[in-house]
Ligand binder design. Structure first.
Ligand code: ZN
Ligand code: ZN
Length: 178
């Protein structure tokens, strides 16, 4: 997800609009929700040249697929994540570290020619996704005994009958005690 920012050069104050569709890379998302590989990611960004590097702002819209963590119902939808990321020029990183800001080494960087948006997109999209997605906020999940979806079961669905294997075990224990 590299874009050329050559036209911006290193002219502080210059800016450019970037509207582009990227193919989603593999493994973007969380355990329960992810962006299908190769699906379109629609980005609408503005890139501003600032003294330390390039500031990227805007949003990216992605398709997501996954499962409800309670009832395992398949989910799909669309998420829009907000991007606000400063890419530092190498000399800005050196300057910041010299001034005692060790964290600057962890920031995204750019050589002023190419911007690689994958990292910031990934961070922003994962931050936007619910950690435990649900098919609906009041999903009741599955019956722990028979696995039926409780929202589709009859009112007051329950199991009074003890599993026959447990019933037999209980009887054996009782006999042992006697
Ligand atoms: Zn559910
Ligand atoms: Zn049940």
């Amino acid at each position: 997800m590299k874009v050329s920012v050559h036209t911006l050069g290193r002219r502080t104050g210059a800016s450019m609009e970037l509207v582009r569709t990227f193919d989603a890379p593999a493994h973007m998302g969380t355990e329960f929700l992810s962006v299908p590989e190769g699906s379109p990611m629609n980005a609408q960004l503005r890139i501003d040249a600032v003294s330390e590097g390039l500031f990227v702002s805007g949003d990216v819209t992605v398709q997501v697929r996954g499962l409800c963590v309670r009832c395992l119902e398949p989910l799909d939808g669309e998420y829009t994540a907000t991007i606000e990321e400063l890419f530092l020029l190498p000399e800005a990183v050196i300057r910041a570290v010299d001034e005692g800001d060790e964290d600057a080494q962890e920031m995204y960087t750019t050589d002023g020619e190419i911007l690689d948006l994958e990292g910031p997109f990934r961070d922003a999209i994962v931050a936007e996704m619910p950690f435990q997605p649900l098919c609906s906020p009041d999903c009741k999940g599955l019956c722990p005994t028979c696995g039926i979806k409780l929202s589709e079961a009859e009112e007051g669905h329950s199991h009074d009958v003890i599993d026959p294997r447990f019933a037999m075990l209980a009887q054996l224990l009782e006999e042992n005690e006697e």
